[in-house]
Design a protein around this ligand. Structure first.
Ligand code: ATP
Ligand code: MG
Length: 400
């Protein structure tokens, strides 16, 4: 408690989401899933009660509000978040708490000039004895008594806005607005399966698919004994890092050695990488169908490496039975790296552990692969039993 009897920690979090496109059943689904995701994100810290109205959620944790507020910064679907202090639903009670909330915001504000300031009330409880504008003025008076030297009222261009939300059971005050992650709540669009290597791009691609509302599961191809367990552990850690944004993820680890050996022994060297990738897409497609995923996601980027020319992407994509989403297709490497750092996958991705595609890697990979040639080479390989065996041999790991 501070001197004024105001608790040091906020009491709840107000979380806003855009509602422009939300209508009818869409909206009900969106809110239901968003609330489920909030409850899941808060679970390590506290049970929460969630109340919704007018494009906002009021999220009230039983304890550890600051931790819950931080966890909500990793939930897709919010435009902004405000940790808020509570007050009894009475003008004087609200006004008594207000100076302490403003004092916290002023700690971070420049001290060499008065800060343009306003109060902005939103009432969902219309029985409240004051109009919003009356409460604004009442509270502003009390704030200025205390902090008048550092503030000047400016209704049109405030730098510091004390928000007040009068709800049916209590009033809440806030001055901070943290950016939310944006995007759509995970689970509002269909599930997808991400082909996850240990590289930088595919975890970012998975995250971007989550951002658009897809729940993501993962498949990773491994080639023991050419590659050891370090590669597998690295991928497991990537899935665990991404769990921050969607909850625990399922990782399918596919034994890929026999497929790679067959391609090595029976197809022209230059086509190896493209043929590996086609086989990966076939296996991933079967796993996706088995678990109900509607699309594949890859970290492919146009022109980044030899296997990612438009021709080669076309050869690879042609082997897929589901749509292939490539969220980082047009990113520069630096953009992908910046995002990887932000979401916490970069440090894992750069750990040294080879990818299975480096096994029997061609010295001169084909740059402009031809689909007809891929098909001709595959016709002699009898891959089908090996693909089926790879699907059978999948190891399923839950990572969190
Ligand atoms: P990344 O950084 O994701 O590895 P990259 O730029 O290195 O991507 P490639 O290595 O050519 O590109 O891989 C292209 C995509 O193919 C990857 O983003 C991933 O989706 C998929 N992929 C490659 N290797 C594997 C693997 N061993 N297991 C699963 N998917 C893979
Ligand atoms: Mg790679």
């Amino acid at each position: 408690m501070s001197a004024a009897g105001v608790p040091d920690a906020p009491e709840m979090v107000l979380a806003r989401y855009g509602e422009l496109w939300l209508k009818g059943k869409n909206r009900a689904d969106f809110e239901k899933i968003l609330i489920q995701n909030v409850v899941r994100a808060a679970r390590p810290y506290s049970p929460v009660t969630v109340d919704r109205e007018q494009g906002q959620l009021a999220i009230v944790p039983e304890r550890r509000v600051a931790d819950v507020a931080r966890a909500l910064e990793d939930v897709f679907g919010f435009s902004s978040l405000s940790p808020a202090w509570g007050a009894a639903k009475h003008p004087d009670a609200i006004a008594a708490v207000a100076p302490a909330v403003v004092a916290r915001a002023l700690e971070a504000a420049p001290a060499d000039r008065p800060i343009p300031f306003r109060v902005e009330t939103r009432r969902s409880d219309k029985s409240f004895p004051m109009l919003s504008t009356e409460l604004d003025r009442h509270v502003a008076d009390r704030v200025l008594e205390k902090h008048g030297a550092r503030l000047r009222v400016d209704l049109s261009h405030p730098e510091l806005t004390l928000g007040i939300s009068v709800r049916s059971w209590r009033a809440y005050l806030f001055a901070e607005r943290r950016p939310g992650l944006g995007g759509l709540p995970v689970g509002t669009l269909g599930p997808v399966l991400c082909l996850l290597s240990g590289g930088i791009d595919s975890p970012v691609a998975a995250w971007l698919a989550m951002k658009r509302g897809c729940r993501v599961s993962f498949v990773s191809f491994h080639s023991p004994p050419y590659l050891g367990d370090a590669s597998k552990e690295k991928v497991r850690r990537l899935v665990a890092a991404l769990a921050r944004f969607q909850g625990p993820g399922v990782l399918h680890v596919v034994p890929f050695t026999a497929v790679q050996e067959r391609i090595r022994d029976g197809a022209p060297e230059a086509y190896r990488t493209v043929l590996y990738r086609r086989a990966m897409h076939r296996i991933a497609g079967r796993l996706a169908e088995r678990e109900g995923a509607l699309a594949l996601v890859t970290g492919e980027c146009l022109g980044q490496v030899a296997s990612q020319t438009l021709e080669n992407l076309t050869c690879i994509g042609a082997a897929a039975t589901l749509p292939v989403l490539r969220p980082v297709l047009s990113f520069d490497k630096q953009e992908t790296i910046a995002l990887a750092r932000r979401i916490g996958t970069y440090e894992i991705s750069i750990l040294p552990a080879p990818d299975c595609c480096t096994v029997f890697q061609p010295v001169h990979p084909v740059i402009r692969g031809q689909r007809a040639r891929c098909e001709r080479f595959e016709a002699g390989l009898e891959l089908e039993p090996l693909l089926a065996a790879a699907v059978e041999g999948v190891e399923r790991i839950e990572a969190e």
